[in-house]
Design a protein around this ligand. Structure first.
Ligand SMILES: [Zn+2]
Length: 40
């Protein structure tokens, strides 16, 4: 699996998780999930 696809997949997962657990709306992620993405 190439890196870009991997990042895309992780982004989608985090976005779904953030929306469900942290009640963020639309494209925005909470700071905690943004930090998680940058780490990944
Ligand atoms: Zn979040």
């Amino acid at each position: 699996m190439n890196k870009e696809k991997e990042i895309e997949t992780v982004t989608l997962m985090v976005r779904r998780y953030c929306c469900g657990v942290h009640w963020t709306r639309g494209e925005a992620l909470c700071p905690a999930c943004n930090a998680l993405l940058e780490y990944a």
